[in-house]
Design a protein around this ligand. Sequence first.
Ligand code: ATP
Length: 362
Amino acid sequence: MSGIELANVNKYFDKNHVLKNVNLKIEDGEFMTLLGPSGCGKTTTLRIISGLEDPEIGLLTIGGKNIVNGEDKFYTPPSKRGLNLVFQSYALWPHMTVFENVSFGLEQKKMKKAEIRLKVEDSLQRMQIKNLMNRYPSELSGGQQQRVAIARAIVTEPKVLLLDEPLSNLDAKLRIEMRTELKRLHRDLKTTIVYVTHDQEEALTLSTRISVFFDGEIVQSDTPQKLYRAPNDLRVAKFIGNPTINLIEETCSYKNNQLIINSILGDFFADGDENVSDNITLSVKPEDIKIYSEPIGNGVEAQVYSVLPAGSETLIQLRIGDQLLTAKEIGEVNYPLDSKVWITFSFNKINVYDNKTGKLIA
Ligand code: ATP
């Protein structure tokens, strides 16, 4: 039992209200990522779970046990919460070798030497640093130290693992390799993982669910697939996806229980109610735009503004009047700059947001 629940959690630093009614339920064995831009409250949430910070208001439960509430009626100290935390700064013991750093937690548990060696070697192997086990932290790069810190946290097989930007100091290739290792680790240990990152791609790859924070509030908690397909708020839509999603400001009217949307992509209907404002934003994913070199039935005419090859895919920027749209095609494609093309969309993949509330309406 290692599920975590935060109910109505509020945190202030002086007058700065940094967590506003955070409600978060993390199931036993989930890989939950807290995602959002810098300063939105992700680390503070993780520190509250770990016990490094306490909320002024709200309730924290771990494994069904009440851990802390804002009024101090009960309190479980950090060391008794059954969790391990890895920070962005790795805090290794400088006088111990890599092996000693990683084995320390197991020695405390009075495990047999041979078993300790096996477990430490397995953790180091997973992090691809077994060859460094006799070095001291001062003899390691930042990325290597970061991996030692993860190995040290996983070796004791904690019920809950809290990871704060644990891959931030790794180069691009190693970061991707470590994502695979973390995913396998989660499957093998069945640990509940709470993971902080501002990297949406990392979040989409690793998580069973993602909670997106803005300005101290959780705006959406969903599976990666749902978050990618239907962000419930414009801020989330802008944050998720690479290249960023196309946003097109348009107007709409309401008739016969439907929204009539007039747009540069064509006119279409969507479900909605009469309280929706006249000003809306459409979001279109780059991969949902199809380009044709010849006129096609319902195709919209556009002009090629730029073609950006990116290895396995090509980004094509298109112009319709003043609006620039980015399309993504698999493989190498080329269109002459400024040439005329025709583009089509699947209207059922276009999301519609109310500009007044920023919320998804269709
Ligand atoms: P980042 O991705 O940059 O680490 P974050 O989303 O993790 O950001 P937090 O570190 O949780 O954000 O910070 C949330 C807010 O609380 C920020 O405005 C930050 O300046 C403030 N804050 C964090 N720790 C403290 C502190 N110890 N004292 C005062 N303010 C703090």
